[in-house]
Design a protein. Structure first.
Length: 305
């Protein structure tokens, strides 16, 4: 048990900001509760999106229902650690700032014990008992299951019971029992998000950055890996570059592979890369041959065995 206060994310996607001053006026929809991530992203032109990176404004994101550890509080903001996103930046989990209004007191339920529902749809709706939409839920949102009623799954949420279409979730007896997929399963999940716009720090089906994409596709197949590319490259099983298989993670470094790691993608097979490239682009499959990626490829890691 942690000695820190534990809160629960109470919005579909909470953005983890670098400091309590990082959010700009144009980011107001992302830091409110309720928040509207889609409208926020639609409002950002290329320069405003790029500024999330060049201004070092955003660190990561975390989904509805997830726990965060409160490390410090300043007025309307909380400095937190995300225990489900391992990071060398903090032993408790990825650190950053989230508006207090997007967090709620921890309930008695736990994602560690008992059955859970895992959202498999890209986006689905959490409804009330009248089947009116409360809020959208992203791919891989996880909530404790209370019961099934016909075509609906009743789940526990930070504020009580909610209803999700059974066709949009998978049910597991516990978090530890999430199905372990193969490398090809990792690729198959990733293919679903082709053409989704890149988002610096993105960890939701509204937009992923490169390591957020590899993290989430592995998570969807039962493998919890570190959050950042440089740390993903330090764990998993090392695979010689001439023995890579679909679903392996490929890492790319400056100085033609000899410098600092700056990118990660999923090996698609047939000498192709499935990845979320950078701001202004979207998730794609590209041939590696005769590209900068071919020159910068340095390490492959396998998490799916």
């Amino acid at each position: 048990m942690t000695k820190y206060d534990v809160k629960i994310v109470d919005v579909p996607v909470a953005t983890l900001w670098t400091n309590e001053y990082s959010a700009r006026e144009i980011d107001s929809l992302a830091i409110d509760n309720p928040c509207d991530i889609k409208t926020w992203l639609d409002s950002l032109d290329y320069e405003k999106r790029l500024g999330l990176y060049t201004g070092n404004l955003v660190q990561s994101q975390v989904l509805y229902g997830q726990e965060v550890y409160i490390l410090e509080e300043k007025e309307e903001w909380a400095f937190v650690a995300l225990p489900n996103q391992a990071s060398q930046k903090n032993e408790l989990g990825y650190p950053g700032w989230i508006p207090k209004k997007q967090l709620i007191k921890k309930q008695t339920y736990s994602l560690e014990n008992g059955p859970i529902a895992v959202v498999e749809a890209s986006i689905t709706a959490l409804c009330d008992d009248h089947k009116d939409v409360i809020l959208p839920l992203c791919f891989q949102t996880r909530l404790p299951v209370r019961r099934q009623e016909g075509e609906w799954i009743v789940v526990m949420t930070p504020t009580g019971e909610g209803w999700i279409k059974a066709t949009d979730v998978s049910i597991y007896s516990s978090s530890q029992d999430v199905r372990k997929g193969t490398g090809k399963d990792i690729v198959k999940q990733g293919e679903r998000f082709l053409h989704l716009d890149y988002l610096w720090g993105g960890m939701s089906s509204y937009g992923y950055d490169c390591s957020g994409f590899s993290y989430t596709m592995c998570l969807a197949n039962g493998y919890l890996i570190p959050r950042d590319a440089s740390e993903q490259a330090e764990t998993g099983r090392n695979v010689p570059l001439d023995e890579i298989e679909p679903g392996d993670l490929l890492f790319f470094a400056y100085e033609e592979g000899k410098g600092k790691i700056h990118h990660v993608g999923i090996y698609y097979g047939e000498n192709k890369l499935l990845h979320s490239p950078n701001t202004g682009k979207s998730i794609e499959i590209i041939p590696l041959e005769n590209t900068i990626y071919e020159k910068e490829l340095c390490i492959a890691r396998r998490y799916w065995e």
